[in-house]
Design a protein around this ligand. Structure first.
Ligand code: F6R
Length: 239
């Protein structure tokens, strides 16, 4: 494992996502020990090893609150591809929180649904899209937006189609925390694994802060830890 604090973000390079999950868990534990009570959570393949390590741990979240980044509009919480279902399966069934907020994809009233969000988060975990998205904040998203309704880009629909029978079944809209919501978190942990993320990782850390690469706004946060495997870190100029 190598660490570098020379850049604006604390970058940790690990061997693989298993080691990344252990490292992610340590960051959760440190926040927990310091009194964090509100945890911002992500779905997707990236955080699974961290959730596995949380499940295997003795950390008790039964007095804590979790808030999820996003949810597809139109999917019921018990739909197998809903983010609500994912969270139940990977974390909440084994590690219940006192309150878990996942956007309700069946609420057609976006304003009503959004009103439940954007409260302060102590530790937010993020994955990274190949196009640099965080949450469902696609390239070009206004960074001032809080939680909002998003029309998914074709590249995200194609990337997520692997979880559905075909791309036509991927919902076209999602509710997502905005970049402004994410930036309000006290601490951020972003994990990225695999060579296919290497270009987005490089642009996020070493490129300009630009709406073209939403994750680049994290350079302005001040308390971001990035955990990468060697593939995702392969294009960085690590010193
Ligand atoms: C998930 C989310 C997305 C994913 C990103 C990476 O809640 O908000 O931004 O983090 O698409 O997905 P994976 O981890 O599947 O590569």
């Amino acid at each position: 494992m190598t660490e570098s604090t020379a850049m604006k973000m604390n970058v940790i390079v690990v061997k693989d996502r298993q080691e990344g999950g252990q490292r992610g868990y340590q960051i959760f534990k440190a926040a927990y020990d310091q009194g964090a009570t509100v945890y911002g959570l992500a779905t997707g393949s990236t955080p699974i090893t961290t959730y596995d390590a949380l499940v295997a741990s003795d950390l008790d979240f039964s007095q804590m609150t979790s808030v999820n980044l996003d949810e597809y509009v139109g999917l019921a919480p018990d739909h197998a591809q809903s983010y609500h279902y994912f969270m139940q399966h990977h974390l909440f069934d084994q590690k219940p929180f006192a309150h878990s907020y996942v956007p309700n994809g069946l609420n057609a009233d976006a304003a009503d649904e959004m009103a439940r969000y954007d409260n302060p988060i102590d530790l937010q975990i993020l994955g990274l899209g190949q196009n640099g998205h965080i949450g469902f904040n696609e390239p070009g998203t206004d960074p001032k937006l809080g939680t909002h309704k998003v029309e998914l880009t074709e590249s995200t629909i194609q990337a997520n189609a692997r979880f559905f029978d075909n791309a036509d079944e991927v919902p076209r809209y999602a509710y997502s925390m905005g970049i402004a919501s994410i930036m309000k978190s006290h601490q951020i942990l972003l994990e990225a694994y695999g060579e296919e993320k290497a270009d987005a990782v490089k642009a996020m850390i070493e490129g300009p802060v630009t709406p073209d690469l939403p994750a680049s706004y994290l350079q302005n946060h001040g308390n971001v830890t990035v955990i990468l495997d060697e593939g995702a870190a392969s294009k960085l100029n690590l010193k």
